[in-house]
Ligand binder design. Structure first.
Ligand SMILES: Nc1ncnc2c1ncn2[C@@H]1O[C@H](COP(=O)(O)OP(=O)(O)OP(=O)(O)O)[C@@H](O)[C@H]1O
Length: 321
């Protein structure tokens, strides 16, 4: 049995012509970290809302641990820990009370609630902070309290919506490490993100979402391997009064270039990415010569490997950010 099963999910908001989620299906396997990756407005939060019972889908089914979330939302919520995008801690309570109230709601016995709260506060770097008021926390601290709160009833599936949005690098790393720990303990984790580096680092498998549809799903390696070309060469070309079309015309016939994408078309500095069948650095001299023949000045070159960003660009023709 999968940890999460989403089938043909559709969500239409009242007064919105387009569906926010438009026939999405995916499975999250038990014990994996699964990421929904997509730009702002792709439908990730809406999908998470349907999985966590916050939103009623227009069509489709969601199961968590085999429990149909619409038929039995209480049983589904018992299996789910949810860390929302925005701080929804009870600001009239202190940190520890936020944790204890959540556990009481889920029927955790009193002595056990206290034990778990102490352990989780410690684990999330909040030992000794339990008495602090919840309305005086930084974004990173609030995020950690919400993770602790979500774990108080020991859910089998933890759902994090944009877990590191707006966090500084150190807080982000801390969240990533805790997610990795939870996975090691067998907790299934579902995250949404628009950060492809975060998705590649955190997730065993990634579903790429755009305009309410799932475009591709697989491990980060599978997704990048699906692209034609195994290496990339990013070139910045100064085009002056000319356009990106001139750069494309100059470079499209260079030997061993499988594909060419314009990453940034805005003159005077145009950025293009060449996907090459062999060592990308070996293609650089020919690319340099081709630019020279066309009277275009290359100002920067970087060799890389295709990333999830490239997968998104290939699927949608747009950059993720
Ligand atoms: N309550 C609502 N009423 C009407 N439209 C909504 C509502 N919530 C979201 N939408 C719309 O649904 C679409 C999907 O939004 P959603 O928040 O699910 O995307 P997202 O991928 O999570 O983006 P973000 O990363 O910005 O949160 C967007 O076009 C958004 O404007």
């Amino acid at each position: 049995m999968n940890a999460v099963e989403v089938r043909n999910l559709v969500k239409k908001y009242p007064k919105s012509p387009a569906a926010a989620v438009d026939g999405l299906s995916f499975q999250v396997r038990r014990g994996e970290v699964f990421g929904l990756l997509g730009p702002n407005g792709a439908g990730k939060t809406t999908t998470i809302g349907a999985v966590t019972t916050r939103l009623a889908p227009t069509e489709g089914e969601v199961e968590v641990d085999g429990v149909d979330v619409r038929r039995d939302p209480v049983a589904a919520r018992a299996r789910l820990g949810v860390v929302p995008q925005r701080n929804n801690l009870d600001r009239s309570l202190d940190i520890r009370q936020n944790l204890l109230f959540h556990a009481a709601y889920h029927g955790v016995p009193k002595a056990e609630r206290v034990r778990r709260a102490d352990a989780l506060l410690e684990r999330l770097g909040l030992g000794g902070r339990g008495g602090d008021r919840a309305d005086r926390l930084s974004g990173g601290q609030a995020q950690r309290v919400m993770i602790a709160r979500a774990l108080m009833h020991e859910p089998s599936v933890l759902v994090l919506d944009e877990p590191s949005g707006g966090l500084d690098p150190q807080s982000r790393l801390f969240v990533h490490e805790r997610v990795a720990d939870l996975k090691d303990e067998g907790v299934t984790v579902v995250v949404t993100t628009h950060d492809m580096a975060e998705a590649a680092k955190l997730c065993d498998r990634v579903g790429i979402v755009d305009k309410g549809k799932l475009l591709a799903v697989g491990t980060p390696d599978e997704l990048t391997a699906s692209l034609p070309g195994s290496a990339t060469l990013d070139l910045t070309v100064d085009v002056g009064e000319r356009t990106s079309d001139d750069v494309v015309a100059a470079l499209c016939d260079v030997d061993d270039v499988i594909r060419l994408e314009v990453v940034s078309p805005r003159p005077p500095s145009v950025r293009v990415r060449l996907y090459t069948a062999k060592d990308a650095a070996a293609v650089l001299p020919a690319a340099l010569a081709a630019c020279g023949r066309a009277g275009l000045a290359m100002t920067d070159a970087a060799v890389g490997r295709p990333s999830l960003e490239d997968v998104f660009l290939n699927l949608t023709g747009r950059e993720l950010r």
